[in-house]
Design a protein around this ligand. Structure first.
Ligand code: PLP
Length: 426
């Protein structure tokens, strides 16, 4: 099994335009799960490699080696600050991942403002925020959970109504990890500033490296990001902490990161994150990714009668790489497995639990019916996908869906969809 996977992955090495995979033993892997994680870019690997071999010092050490490590960290800090438009590199603090950044942001604000017990967030946040807020709720904090409409968009009036003098923190994501729907964080920041004294935290994990971000232009106090979403390795993240925001440390110990986050700095990973941020300025690649996603989305929705888009149809209000599509009356897990057998890697929108089969909280918040939500698949395109891969996916998927439609217990409902003169549901 593992050797099969190795051979598939080997075939999927980043390709230049003219290179084709050499071995044909297994279908070459087509990786369309870039919102889950991304392949480390060769440029990123090259940048970090010296810090795994020749430069192995502790950045807190005063000797030559230590000073080189420190210099590399500061260079990476500037690269991160530049990508997200921070006014000052000192506003960037390195962490271990996006989840740590989110946890630190919210817990840090609560520690700094023990008199304020109210938090505003949304029902569609990633678990890093959602589960923390659930825990805080069970510990006595009051949470206002903002809902979304059927397109996955926030109602800003309900946000305005939720803000109170005792609101400690408002935590709202920039881009939804499942649907790619973008929230208007600049407008939200303005509202938070005008209507409250709350600290505004944005989970930017899915957005960084995919869309332009300029924090100088926004009323955002805290902003989380994660390296493995933009071609750095897993295990590195950062939190932007606007100058002047009081945020006590979550991890206490040594004086690393100017005393804000203890723990010996993961220099190779930090260098990698800096290099990945540099790479993310490549606008040609962003343009290509958008075209590939559009081709994939149009191809699926045009060819498969029970396919239905989850998230706002206006693509300018979604991440340019994400298409979340439900195949009504089918089980997402089955589609995922069949695609996997054909070498195509995607995610489902439903979480499989041992006793229940729950659809994703995001799709539930959007009021997507259960029988549609269960059949949702997230396709997330990335830097190394090609037009050929998209076309191959489009040539394989309709047959997989047709086979599963035949086996579905909802044959009456499906027959109606398949015999309808116009496409259903969009
Ligand atoms: N926030 C969002 C929106 C995410 O998509 C993710 C990861 O999928 C996280 C936070 C957590 O990031 P990490 O995996 O680096 O902990």
């Amino acid at each position: 099994m593992i050797s099969d996977l190795r051979s598939q992955i080997k075939n999927q090495k980043p390709k230049t335009k003219d290179q084709k995979p050499k071995t044909k033993t297994h279908p070459p892997m087509i990786y369309l799960d870039n919102n889950a994680t991304t392949r480390v870019a060769p440029e990123v690997l090259a940048a970090m490699q010296p810090y795994l071999t020749e430069f192995f010092g502790n950045p807190s050490s005063a000797h030559t080696l230590g000073r080189e490590m420190k210099r590399a960290i500061e260079a990476a800090r500037e690269q991160v600050a530049t990508l997200i438009g921070a006014a000052n590199p000192d506003e960037i603090v390195f962490t271990s991942c996006g989840s740590e950044s989110d946890n630190w942001a919210i817990r840090g604000v609560l520690t700094a403002h023990p008199d304020k017990k109210h938090i505003v967030t949304t029902l569609v946040e990633h678990e890093a925020v959602r589960n923390l807020c659930k825990l805080l709720e069970s510990e006595g904090h009051e949470i206002t959970w903002l809902g979304v409409d059927s397109n996955g968009e926030l109602d800003l009036d309900s946000l305005r109504a939720a803000l109170r003098p005792d609101t400690a923190v408002v935590s709202i994501m920039l881009a939804n990890n499942e649907t790619g729907v973008l929230f208007p964080i600049e407008e939200i920041g303005q509202m938070v500033r005008e209507k409250s004294n709350a600290v505004f935290h944005v989970d930017g994990v899915q957005a960084v490296g995919k869309i332009p971000i300029d924090l100088k232009q926004a009323e955002i106090d805290l902003f989380a990001l994660s390296g493995h979403k933009l071609h750095a390795p897993q295990g590195i993240g950062a939190l932007y902490v606007r100058s002047g925001v009081n945020l006590p440390s979550l991890i206490v110990g040594g004086a690393q990161e100017q005393g804000r986050r203890a723990g010996t700095s993961a220099v190779p990973n930090i260098v990698a994150l800096g290099a990945a941020c540099n790479l993310a300025h490549d606008s040609e690649s962003h343009h290509r990714i958008r075209l590939l996603r559009d081709r994939l989305e149009d191809g699926i929705l045009g060819a498969i009668p029970n396919a239905r888009l989850n998230g706002i149809p206006d693509r300018s209000r979604r991440l340019p790489n994400t298409a979340n599509i439900s195949f009504a009356y089918l089980e997402g897990e089955n589609i995922l497995q069949q695609l996997d057998d054909a070498g195509i890697i995607v995610s489902t929108g439903s979480a499989c639990h041992s006793t229940t089969r729950e659809s994703s909280p995001t799709l539930r918040a959007m009021n997507v019916p259960y029988t549609t939500a269960q059949g949702s698949i997230r396709f997330s395109v990335g830097r190394y996908n090609t037009e050929g891969e998209i076309d191959r996916t489009l040539s394989i998927l309709p047959d997989i869906i047709a086979r599963l439609v035949e086996l579905s217990p909802y044959d009456k409902e499906l027959q109606e969809i398949y015999s309808a003169p116009s496409r259903w549901g969009t």
